[in-house]
Write a protein that binds this ligand. Structure first.
Ligand SMILES: *Cc1c(COP(=O)(O)O)cnc(C)c1O
Length: 399
């Protein structure tokens, strides 16, 4: 989509504003499916937590996607958006046993990542098939905030605890129908991923009635022009070969599953914000926008570098700016960034604003959450209204 389209959408729907390009989500989906087109049973489970708007869920459903959920609320959003229970996998961490039972009652695929829960669940519900989340202890890139495969991770059951898993399965007579791993966001190195996959294959050989192997996600997308991204096509070639060989030796039809979040929606998202003030100080020029980490926390939380463009003055002379928010706390989006000359009232566009942006937003400083718009077939469709004062006070009670 073009900058002029974004400018028009901000005029129509106001700022700050999230915009998602449906076509980009579709092209990413198609890219992943074609990279694995030689796998007879491929299943893509979109990770709801990346961007959970129900219209986005409907959109990915229309492409043929299933869902990966991490809370009972995400399960309910998926069902509300029209997914069938068997199109949803539920991969919680540290939730109550009652919540897992509720998800099982709703008929979604349970994925368990804890020995005590496995034993408890298997004892109480031996007939409900369960997937097991393994921690292969492989860290496929990323920084310490987003790598979940390492030895001290709270995610998954350690591969070294396989004998204990098998004892629980034997004692409870429960049914294990899937094996899962998710080695964390941002896979840089395909070889590391394939190494982890080998560990999953080895783990899978311990179970006789598997229906699927779920390789999680962590596909890296570029945030800047110089950024590397996961070579999905190469991964597709190499993993397909290994998967098909494994399936043949396993002797039973298996589905290969992935759970992409960022890969599908990150680059499809644009965050638009207006510049309220330009402030010269002794050391820098601040551009202060009508937003803050209440709407987009990734730069402050993970140190993420979102590319920023002045779409009101795209051809302007480039100067250095520190882009900050209006929150009464340090909320720097970008430090010393080269951006086309900014005037007060200009519209800035943040790229890669599809994943973990709106879904991590809050009402801090009692600000309203922005509106969300889906760009589809050359038109902007409002998929979430901007909040109002009524939303802020809805659950509060005067005494
Ligand atoms: C967050 C998450 C994903 C998606 O990760 P991305 O890096 O956004 O692709 C997949 N699976 C599980 C279990 C997750 O928690």
């Amino acid at each position: 989509m073009q900058s002029q389209d974004l400018v028009k959408l901000a005029e129509e729907f106001g700022s700050p504003l999230y915009v998602y390009d449906a076509e980009k989500i579709k092209s990413q989906y198609d890219r992943l499916s074609s990279a694995f087109s030689k796998v007879p049973r491929l299943r893509i489970n979109y990770a709801v937590k990346a961007l959970s708007n129900i219209a986005i869920l409907q959109l990915v459903k229309s492409m043929g996607s299933n869902l990966d959920t991490v809370s009972i609320q995400e399960v309910k959003l998926g069902l509300y958006a029209g997914f069938k229970p068997d199109q949803i996998i539920y991969t919680p961490n540290g939730v109550s046993f009652e919540e897992i039972e509720e998800a099982a009652r709703l008929g979604v695929q349970i994925n368990i990542d804890n020995l005590s829960v496995l034993e408890h669940f298997g004892t109480k519900h031996p007939t409900v098939p369960v997937c097991i989340r393994i921690n292969p202890h492989v860290m496929a890139g990323g920084n310490s905030n987003i790598s979940v495969g390492h030895i001290d991770s709270k995610f998954g059951i350690s591969i070294h605890q396989m004998p204990h898993i098998l004892r629980i399965v034997e004692n409870t007579k429960m049914h294990i129908n899937g094996i899962h791993m998710h080695t964390g966001s941002d896979i840089l190195d395909i070889e590391v991923f394939l190494y982890a996959a080998e560990i999953l294959f080895e783990a899978a050989n311990n179970f006789k009635e598997l229906d699927f192997l779920d390789f999680g996600s962590g596909f890296k997308v570029p945030y800047n022009k110089a950024d590397v991204e996961t070579n999905i096509e190469e991964l597709g070639k190499k993993l397909t070969k290994r998967f098909l060989a494994f399936e043949a030796s396993y002797g039973r039809e298996l589905t290969l599953a992935f759970e992409p979040g960022k890969f599908l929606v990150s680059e499809a998202g644009y965050f638009l914000a207006k510049v309220n003030v330009v402030k010269q100080t002794t050391s820098t020029v601040f551009a202060g926008i009508d937003s803050g980490f209440n709407h987009l926390i990734r730069p402050m939380f993970y140190g993420s570098q979102h590319y920023i463009e002045n779409i009101s003055n795209p051809k302007g002379k480039e100067r250095f700016y520190t882009v900050v928010g209006y929150i009464c706390e340090t909320d720097t989006f970008a430090n010393n960034r080269r951006i086309a000359e900014i005037k007060e009232g200009d519209l800035l566009c943040f790229r890669n604003a599809g994943a973990y942006c709106y879904s991590m937003s809050s009402n801090y400083n009692s600000r309203y959450k922005p509106a969300e718009v889906l760009w589809k077939d050359g038109k902007g469709i409002l998929i979430r209204a901007r909040e109002t004062f009524e939303d802020l006070i809805k659950n509060q009670i005067l005494i």
